[in-house]
Design a protein around this ligand. Structure first.
Ligand SMILES: Cc1cc2nc3c(=O)[nH]c(=O)nc-3n(C[C@H](O)[C@H](O)[C@H](O)COP(=O)(O)O)c2cc1C
Length: 269
């Protein structure tokens, strides 16, 4: 429900202009209001609350007093360095990420944009290394079994190099990371595939600011699809599918320079 404080509202209509679903409209006195039968169309994006210059708007229980003021942003150069210097980390220190960093990373997930602002993603954060070791050993046992049975060779014929590594005990799936975050979305969500990747991309970039390295694990996404017992251990609700997995921890490797990636095909018109 959107509440507008008549005494604070200056009728500038900034909220009206920024309402994506046009449920906020001026009433006969010029005060913005939502017709009761249109409340259900509100996406709870809270743009009205955020844009109001006089803190006159509460949106679905969120009030201006509960929202942080606008803060400073990293400079363009800092942002470019962040993007250019993020590397996929496959060598981790054998320690857990600090509580402070872990909590900030978890808290920040709420700000991830989702299609239609549907806020029903499900995340599992593996915070303890011992829990991560559970997934590691379980996965290793299953993969070795599938390789021995010749099933992996049938399903992934091009991955022979990884099969040898797995048989030699290398953690190809979780890269010895002490932690991972798994993002799942409901099968009926409007942007079920994009939302989890976007959420973990934000997580990825914030992690760098704490000196925490990350690595996507497309392998883990695949394997979780056909291992219901691991999905259960992750607590993935029924009707949800895992779409993105990000490994993280403190890197035990240091890069001395940025890379020079090949440009994509970019059509500027
Ligand atoms: C969707 C996706 C899936 C990936 N899956 C894996 C994976 O399973 N294992 C792995 O070690 N790296 C994985 N990567 C990391 C890529 O190999 C890596 O991003 C690429 O080699 C470029 O290196 P950089 O990230 O250090 O720039 C994945 C990356 C993406 C975007």
């Amino acid at each position: 429900m959107i509440r507008i404080d008549d005494k604070k509202c200056i009728k500038c209509h900034a909220c009206v202009r920024d309402c994506i679903v046009h449920v906020l409209r001026p009433d006969e006195n010029g005060t913005p209001a939502v017709p009761p039968d249109e409340e259900r169309f509100c996406l709870n994006c809270q743009h009205c609350l955020a844009v109001c210059p006089t803190s006159a708007i509460e949106c679905n229980g969120a009030s201006p007093e509960n929202c942080a003021p606008i803060g400073s942003l990293p400079s363009t150069n800092e942002m470019i360095n962040l993007i250019h210097q993020r590397r996929s980390i496959r060598q981790y220190k054998d320690i857990e990420v600090s509580q402070e960093a872990m909590q900030a990373l978890i808290d920040s997930l709420a700000w991830s944009p989702t299609g239609c602002n549907v806020h029903n993603l499900f995340f599992t954060v593996v915070r303890n290394k011992s829990n991560m070791d559970y997934f590691r050993s379980k996965m290793s046992r299953v993969l070795k079994f599938l390789i021995r049975m010749g099933i992996m060779r049938l399903v992934y014929p091009n991955f022979w190099r990884y099969m040898d590594e797995i048989m030699n005990g290398k953690d190809v799936i979780f890269r010895n990371a002490p932690h991972m975050v798994v993002a799942a979305s409901p099968d009926d969500a409007p942007c079920k595939e994009a939302d989890p990747w976007i959420a973990l991309s934000y997580f990825d970039l914030l992690a760098q600011s704490f000196g925490v390295g990350t690595c996507w694990s497309g392998f883990a996404v695949h394997t979780f699809k056909w291992l219901p017992s691991l999905r259960k251990r992750l607590g993935i609700p029924r009707g949800y599918t895992v779409h993105a997995v990000l490994l993280f921890g403190y890197p035990s490797v240091e890069y001395k320079r940025q890379t020079a990636p090949r440009q994509f095909q970019i059509n500027v018109i």
